[in-house]
Design a protein around this ligand. Structure first.
Ligand SMILES: C[S@@+](CC[C@H](N)C(=O)[O-])C[C@H]1O[C@@H](n2cnc3c(N)ncnc32)[C@H](O)[C@@H]1O
Length: 290
């Protein structure tokens, strides 16, 4: 019993130190924070989704449902179909690929993700469903996928492109790998016009400075990369406020108290973090064609 407590305390203390390291010694990439968070910090009830969710429909009540609704919105906006070869950039623990496969049976999904833990766990989950021949999840960066030019029909990124170093390099890579007529669709986080992200948000979540521009500039940069029919729409009212409001309650539920690092739990509940998110974040749905 005592040694269990001691181990728990030592773990929490070591995680707290690593978190402090992220704050004081920024750099590297998003592997630092996701390696630290593991799967103990996901707020879904059953799933391992790591996005803020899309809460527009009154029928959406849980974090799992909201995350799935966001993934559905991206799939729908991209116009996914059974004919598609899809590149998924930043697939988390793979929930979105399983969902898109279930709904559209695309020809294949190739995923890239830089966090080894995510890749390993997502591959296991895909294998457990017998889908490894259709969903090919690889360790790698969204900015240098290694895929042949003009080899995919859709490029999707669910709440991941703000991490990429840089998002513009990802736009260029997406344009290169897309076939003519192919589509890029991203759910993404940017600063509101005239705002920026606080230092803790940027350093802990690894958001390169080069990615800090508002939604209008996002559209300009997609066009500059060579995309056409660009639309970048704010969906923040259906994402940020409902997520933050319900998160406060969710963080006090027993399963999260038991598995989450107490420091991270407290930080996620703090008024400062809430203010940061609600006053500086915009949440966009971007779609563009090659
Ligand atoms: C906020 S999580 C979202 C995960 C998933 N899309 C979801 O909605 O549950 C961001 C994901 O992007 C991945 N990521 C961060 N930087 C990346 C990069 N340069 N290339 C590929 N994946 C990256 C992270 O490892 C993580 O899995």
């Amino acid at each position: 019993m005592t040694s269990g407590y001691a181990r728990g305390f030592a773990n929490a203390a070591s995680e707290a130190l690593r978190l402090l390291g992220l704050l004081l010694l920024p750099g590297g990439d998003a592997r630092r924070i996701y390696g630290l968070l593991g799967s103990a910090h996901v707020v879904g009830e059953q799933s391992l989704f790591m996005n803020l969710g899309y809460w527009a429909e009154p029928s959406v009540r849980t974090f799992d449902e909201a995350s799935a609704a966001l993934v559905d919105l991206v799939g729908r906006t991209a116009g996914l179909s059974g004919e598609d070869t899809v590149l998924d950039a930043g697939f988390g623990f793979g929930d979105q690929d399983l969902r898109w496969y279930e709904q559209y049976q695309p020809r294949s999904i190739i995923g890239v993700n830089i966090t080894p833990l995510h890749v390993a766990r997502a591959r296991e989950r895909v294998a457990a469903r017998g889908l490894s021949d259709r969903i090919d999840l690889r360790e790698g960066s969204a900015t240098t996928t290694g895929l042949p030019a003009e080899s995919v029909d859709k490029v999707l990124a669910v709440e991941s492109a703000f991490h990429f170093d840089t998002r513009e390099d990802f736009f260029r890579e997406a344009l290169r790998v897309l076939r003519p007529g192919g589509r890029l669709c991203a759910a993404d986080i940017v600063p509101l016009p005239g705002r920026s992200f606080s230092y803790p948000v940027r350093s802990i979540w690894h958001v390169p400075k080069a990615n800090l521009y508002p939604r209008d500039t996002y559209a300009v940069k997609l066009e500059a990369a060579g995309f056409r029919n660009v639309r970048v729409t704010s969906i923040r009212e259906h994402v940020l406020e409902p997520h933050m409001r319900l998160l406060a309650r969710r963080l006090d539920e027993p399963d999260l108290i038991a598995r989450m690092n107490p420091l991270m739990r407290r930080a996620s509940k703090s008024p400062g973090y809430n203010r940061d998110v609600l006053e500086s974040f915009d949440y966009v749905l971007a779609v563009a064609e090659k």
